[in-house]
Ligand binder design. Structure first.
Ligand code: ZN
Length: 188
């Protein structure tokens, strides 16, 4: 299972690099080629944003697995259907595409010039919806962490952010039953 996951990650990472290459080449190519590439790029962005199990999600999940965290995916009964759920700790993680959710980064600022007002309004609606979902989660006693697509390129930094968010959980777990006779799930 794990080698296959890594393979998928490698393939998708290569795809992501390719996407970056296409993007820098856009201005240099002939107009029709540039348009085709731009449309292809946009449809890829759209796909990665609208679907579950995106590359950033896979990176976050595999990092969490490696750290020994256990979690549920896409729980539909919680506001916003969070990508990653830690039921016992009442904590969730949302993995957001920078374009779709209007992140304040280079990728998030890359709004298409065509139909710009449409995209900006759509992104604004997404942000407003997310804000509402966070409030609803908070009202139910849940904590939420937003992980951005761009953060997933730096796995060591990503690891630190997630450990900081979840640390209290693992410390409590380790201290609660230090001499338990029952075997504990391995956290490594
Ligand atoms: Zn970003």
């Amino acid at each position: 299972m794990k080698p296959e996951t890594n393979h998928v990650l490698d393939v998708k990472a290569a795809d992501m690099r390719q996407r970056g290459t296409n993007c820098t080449n856009l201005s240099a190519g002939p107009a029709d080629t540039a348009t085709a590439l731009r449309m292809s790029l946009r449809s890829r962005i759209m796909r990665s944003v609208k679907s579950e199990n995106t590359l950033p999600e896979l990176v976050v999940r595999s990092t969490l697995h490696r750290l020994g965290y256990r979690f549920r995916l896409h729980r539909p009964d919680l506001p916003g259907k969070p990508d990653i759920v830690f039921p016992r700790d009442q904590k969730v993680i949302f993995v957001h595409g920078c374009f779709w959710h209007g992140h304040d980064c280079v990728r998030g600022a890359r709004v298409p010039k065509t139909n710009r007002a449409y995209w900006l309004s759509k992104i604004a609606r997404n942000k407003a919806r997310y804000s509402t979902q966070l409030s609803a989660l908070e009202a139910l006693g849940w904590q939420a962490l937003t992980i951005w697509e761009c953060q997933c390129r730096d796995v060591p930094a990503l690891t630190r952010v997630m450990n900081r968010y979840l640390r209290r959980t693992s410390v409590v777990l380790k201290r609660q039953k230090p001499f338990s006779t029952r075997s504990q799930p391995i956290q490594a």
